[in-house]
Structure formats: C-alpha cells, structure tokens
Ligand binder design. Structure first.
Ligand SMILES: [Fe+2]
Ligand SMILES: [Fe+2]
Length: 361
C-alpha cells in the first residue's frame, strides 16, 4: 500500500487480493486491525437468547440469524427482536418526502431524453441548490477564469454529469451531516464517509467502464442512510451489539442478531418509501452483500468495493470500526489487481481533498 490516507495519514491496512476477507476491529483494539479469512474459526455466537432492554427488562427473543434482508412480513410482525420492527417500518413511512430537487434529478438521470433544459428547470426550483451549484462551479477546482452567473452557463462549462453530482452531494449532505452518536459518528463523519464512497465509486466506474457513473455516485452517497434510523436504537443497545462483535460477528451481523434488521435493509426501505429507482434501492440494500443483488450486480459490487476503499482510508469508521466483511469477489469480478486498487486509492485521496475544497469555497 503506497497511498497516503486522507488528512495526511497513511492507510494502515491494504485491500485483500484473494479469498473472502474479514476486516474486523472493535474500537478498543488499537489501530492495527487483523485481517482474517472467513475460513478462520470464529467463536460461535449464542444461537438464540432473551434480549434485555433498559432496566434489565426482557424484551424479546434474539433470532438465531437472518440470511439477508428481512421480509416485509417479518418487519411488519415486529415480535422477534428487541426492536419493535413494526415501529421502525411505521417510522420510515412517516418520514417526510425526499427533497424535491433530489427526486427530480433522479428522474432526469433515468431519462435518456432529458437534457440541460430539464436539469436546469429541476434545480432552479430551489434557490439554495442553485446557489450551491454556482458557488461550486465557480471554485478554483473547476478552473474557470470568468464567474458563472447562471445554471445554463455552469452546465455548459462543467457538463451535466458534474452538475448532477454537485446537486446529489448537496442533497445527501443535508440528509447525512448530523451527528449519529450511536454509531460513534461526530457531526459530519457519516457525510464524509458517504462522500468518499461516492468519489471512490466514480473512480471505479471510470476504471472498469461502468456506464451509469452518476447513478453509482448517488448509490455511494446514500448507501449508509439506514444508519440514520438505526442510530437511535444503537444508543441504547450498543453494548449488546458490541458483545456480538466481540464474539466474532461483523457489525452488520450483530445488527441483525440484536435488532433483527440491519442498516442496509432499513436504508433500502427508506429508498423505496421515497420512490427511488430500483437500481439505487438495490445498491443501498446490498452494499454489504453484493451477491444478493439479482438485477444490478455490477453496481452493487462497485458500491461494496467503494465502501471498502473508504474503510481502507479510515474515513468514517465510527464504532463499527473494521468489523466489516468485504467480499473480494467484487475485486475479481472486474479483474482489478492490487496495483489498480493502490492507484485508485491515491486518486481517491486527491479527489476527496479537491471536493472538500470545492464545497468549502
Ligand atoms: Fe453500510
Ligand atoms: Fe459505508
């Protein structure tokens, strides 16, 4: 590994080059995470048990395991776990609609006939988004010598794809920038992680020739948004999750074991509630288990790999630390070697710094 990490730190671990690899670290295990293959023995977690809630009250039965995202029936039944899953589902359904500009730009991304006129019409609905686009396009990162005064000019200077990605970043930041203390994220941590994953996804898309770059970028931005909902439950049940991780589970497995549902599934439910395109729903749902995707396998593998790159840079780890499993089948699928990943990591550090500068300008 040769790439310097964001913020001048060096990554302290390198991507896997073969086999299925576990990167696990809990917050007190120090900066040198162990890399273990899944074939290595893991201490068995208790098969089932009674979960204890606040005040020592027994509140439910922890399921032995869930093979993947829980079904709607399970979510609706709401009796298997410490969480009232029906309440989670109801909470998702009661969320306010997605920002209007976000949904309109997503529609434009899905419409091959849409052009600059449609994009400008969608953005100018919101003066705040318009101002962000102009400010960002006028930053030194985009290199213009003349100040842009209109969205049309901006679109012609930097192109539709860049405008779309600026809008998506602005909208995602408004959703993700708060503190999620259950996950150990200070304000801005989840946003920075998400931005890094989006930038990594874009670099990967360019490297492997994936066509829908902006769709993948958006998947990277929003892949962890389910953490916004699960965070409140982690605040009260973190120790139970931590115990599972100490027993050998990944953080996502521990979420499923303790809550009956993990943040990826919750994020996908939010995306469905907001009527996001199916490809985006799948990228969010399967970002930890890309092989689960049937219709958008390439996109899910690339977001999974982009998430791994952000973890390898140490961006936005929070309490899950490196108790995350990455599937190196995603690397093999695109024929990427360790040198490719090193090069992408170096570029990712550069792009992250540039993007932060353009957003701060
Ligand atoms: Fe995640
Ligand atoms: Fe992530």
């Amino acid at each position: 590994m040769t790439a310097p990490a964001a913020g001048g730190r060096r990554p302290d671990h390198r991507p896997p080059d073969h086999g299925r690899t576990d990167h696990r670290r809990t917050e007190n295990r120090g900066p040198d995470p162990r890399i273990r293959s899944s074939e290595q023995k893991k201490r068995p977690a208790p098969a089932t048990g009674r979960a204890t809630g606040a005040g020592g009250r027994v509140v439910g039965t922890i399921p032995e395991s869930l093979p993947g995202p829980v079904s709607a029936a399970t979510l609706a039944a709401g009796s298997r776990t410490v969480l009232d899953q029906g309440a989670i589902l109801a909470r998702i359904k009661s969320l306010p609609p997605a920002p209007i500009v976000l949904t309109r730009v997503l529609s434009i991304m899905d419409d091959a006939t849409a052009g600059v006129r449609e994009l400008v019409s969608a953005i100018e609905l919101d003066p705040g988004v318009t101002a962000t686009v102009l400010k960002t396009c006028n930053s030194p990162v985009y290199g213009g010598t003349r100040q842009l005064a209109s969205l049309d000019e901006a679109a012609h200077r930097v192109g539709m794809r860049t405008i779309i990605q600026i809008v998506m970043m602005r909208e995602a930041q408004s959703i993700l920038e708060g503190e999620q203390s259950g996950y150990g994220f200070a304000a801005g941590d989840l946003w920075k992680h998400s931005m890094t994953v989006a930038l990594a996804a874009r670099l990967l898309a360019q490297r492997v020739g994936f066509a829908n770059v902006s769709g993948l970028f958006t998947g990277g931005l929003l892949h962890d948004m389910g953490k916004l909902v699960l965070d409140v439950h982690l605040k009260t049940s973190y120790q139970e999750v931590r115990d599972r991780v100490d027993d050998g589970s990944t953080f996502q497995e521990a979420e499923r074991e303790v809550f009956g549902v993990e943040h990826a599934e919750i994020g996908a439910r939010i995306a469905e509630h907001w009527a996001f395109p199916p490809s985006l729903v799948e990228m969010i749902r399967w970002h930890h288990q890309p092989d689960g995707s049937s219709d958008h396998l390439d996109a899910c593998c690339l977001v999974h790999l982009a998430d791994a790159l952000a973890h390898w840079l140490g961006v936005g780890l929070g309490r899950p630390g490196l108790a995350v499993r990455f599937e190196s089948s995603s690397v093999r699928r695109f024929g990427l070697g360790p040198e490719d990943l090193d090069r992408i990591l170096i570029e990712l550090v550069e792009k992250t710094q540039q993007t932060e500068q353009s957003l701060a300008a």
